[in-house]
Design a protein around this ligand. Structure first.
Ligand SMILES: *Cc1c(COP(=O)(O)O)cnc(C)c1O
Length: 358
């Protein structure tokens, strides 16, 4: 088998033959003969799903957005199910879980991402372990192997196994393949690194190859809820996926450079970096300092979202769903600009700030 980086280029491409297109065509069609596209998909979705499935090592199902994958997974749960979710994780995911909790449909338990013992305990009695690593926005790394093997142990000793889901958006399919560690389902906000250009909304689930039942249940949820991927979005996302390898390598190298510079800056109290990838978070003395720095930046976009070719920064605690995040934490999504320009911009915006609380 070719390496993942090569498969990102090859997978889902039509076979090379005279007269055949080099790329999967954009097929905008609501019907494929007597089959309805909401139910059977289109060749454009299928090509994107083939490519992501190849990288994650499972069966991919594309959805209208990352949040549509979250609600499709929740749709698989029986009434009264218990769901464990990291305290620090995508705010929209926690919002969807809280909504279902408040409606009396499920019970939600929040666990510190790095409290592995608490996750192992949850594996014994929860119905769903929702894992996200690195987490948004604190970039904590969860012990996937320990938690996923605790789920296996629960299956042997209690004869019930929690469903294990990993939100792999921050790591990307090239950075980490949770199915190989024993997860049942991987979800991605394709909107972020896979799309890579901040020009689409899309999601994808990938189910372990031996869980064809789960893959079918997710397709059924998509059909029932109508959370189908857009054709243009699927085509653009596949185009984005082709360059994920080179984008991620470049952004990771720039991220490591910026982490080094930020770590030595007197105004920065804490740098959070999992050691690879394009996401960096760093803390300033307080929320006001963080807001001042966002306002002073000229090159780095003060904008929400992440994973694009352009570098973006956001103080997450300004969002109601992330009010518990440290007030001075800034989340940086490193793009593809010249690293020296990025540091020049950050250094000049940080000038005048000190580590003291004002
Ligand atoms: C953005 C994001 C989501 C939600 O995806 P949408 O495409 O915005 O619906 C889920 N998880 C993580 C980690 C995200 O960053």
């Amino acid at each position: 088998m070719w390496s993942a980086r090569t498969r990102a280029i090859l997978a889902g491409r039509p076979a090379a033959a005279d007269g055949q297109p080099a790329n999967t065509p954009l097929v905008p069609a609501s019907a494929m003969g007597l089959d309805y596209s909401r139910e059977v998909g289109t060749p454009t979705w299928a090509a994107f799903e083939t490519a992501v499935g190849s990288l994650e090592g499972g069966i991919a199902t594309a959805f209208a957005s990352g949040m549509a994958t979250v609600t499709a997974v929740l749709d698989l749960l029986p009434a009264g199910a218990t769901v464990a979710v990291p305290v620090y994780s995508y705010a929209g995911t926690r919002g969807a879980l809280d909504h279902a909790h408040n409606q009396g449909k499920i019970t939600v338990r929040r666990i510190e991402p790095t409290d592995t013992d608490a996750w192992i305990a949850a594996a014994a009695d929860a119905d769903l372990l929702w894992l996200e690593t690195p987490t948004n926005p604190t970039l904590d790394v969860m012990d996937l192997d320990a938690i996923l093997s605790a789920a296996d142990t629960a299956a042997k000793t209690t004869d019930r196994r929690p469903l294990t889901v990993v939100d792999n958006t921050f790591a990307t399919p090239l950075g980490q393949q949770p199915l190989a560690h024993g997860a049942d389902v991987v979800v991605h906000s394709v909107t972020k690194f896979i799309g890579g250009h901040s020009d689409l909304l899309l999601g994808v689930t990938v189910t372990a190859p031996h869980r064809g039942d789960l893959a079918q249940a997710l397709v059924d949820a998509r059909t029932r809820t109508g959370a189908t991927p857009g054709t243009l979005e699927s085509w653009l996302a596949l185009r984005g996926l082709r360059t994920l390898g080179v984008r991620l390598a470049e952004a990771s190298s720039t991220a490591a450079f910026l982490v080094d510079k930020l770590s030595g800056h007197p105004a920065v109290t804490h740098v959070r970096y999992p050691g690879s990838g394009a996401m960096v978070a760093f803390d300033l003395a307080d929320g006001d300092a963080a807001e001042r720095v966002c306002a002073a930046l000229e090159l780095v976009h003060n904008a929400t979202s992440l994973g694009g070719v352009e570098t973006t920064i956001e103080r997450r605690a300004h969002l109601p769903g992330d009010a518990h995040v440290p007030a001075g934490l800034l989340r940086l999504s490193v793009g593809l600009e010249d690293p020296a320009d990025l540091w020049r911009d950050l250094e000049s915006a940080l000038a005048g700030e000190t580590a003291q609380t004002s």
